[in-house]
Design a protein around this ligand. Structure first.
Ligand SMILES: [Cu+2]
Length: 159
């Protein structure tokens, strides 16, 4: 009787090991054969040197072309710096994001913008704001006890 139990137990151990190997193989295949990686290949940045590395040494909004702005935002527990951005309606905004501490998120409802902000990585996303109004953005990756208050806004002003 005891040997039957041992045999079933051994079978399940083999199944678990095979499942782990298959999953690990899928991971390696997706990373190296399919090239799937952390969602940004914009660049990397040392989290401890964010405050001294351009463009993150000067967070905020700057114009980079006609009706095109770059919004440099640094995320940390539990604020976005800067928390508010104002652009005229019809503007295209390229967001450049990074974190100095833990993984945060950057989601703007009604725009399709949904990015992870990973320490050490630069995330970038571009969107054109054609409707005036206030677009709240918020962290949607749980980042600690103040996660629920971590938000900001893009105010799209009429011309
Ligand atoms: Cu959060």
């Amino acid at each position: 009787m005891a040997t039957d139990i041992d045999r079933y137990e051994l079978t399940w151990i083999y199944i678990c090991v095979v499942a782990l190997l298959v999953l690990f193989g899928v991971l390696l295949y997706s990373a190296y054969a399919l090239g799937i990686h952390v969602e940004t290949d914009v660049g990397q940045i040392h989290p401890a040197q964010v405050a001294t590395t351009p463009p993150f040494d000067q967070p905020g909004l700057r114009m980079i072309g006609p009706d095109h702005y770059e919004a440099v935002i640094v995320a940390r527990a539990w604020v976005f710096d800067p928390p508010e951005i104002r652009v005229p309606v019809g503007s295209t905004v390229t967001f450049k994001l990074t974190s100095i501490d833990v993984i945060h998120g950057f989601k703007i409802p009604r725009t399709g913008i949904n990015r992870m902000i990973v320490p050490g990585q630069i995330s970038e996303v571009t969107h054109r704001f054609d409707e005036p109004g206030t677009y709240t953005f918020f962290c949607h990756e749980y980042c600690g006890s103040g996660h629920h208050i971590m938000n900001g806004g893009i105010v799209v002003e009429p011309r």
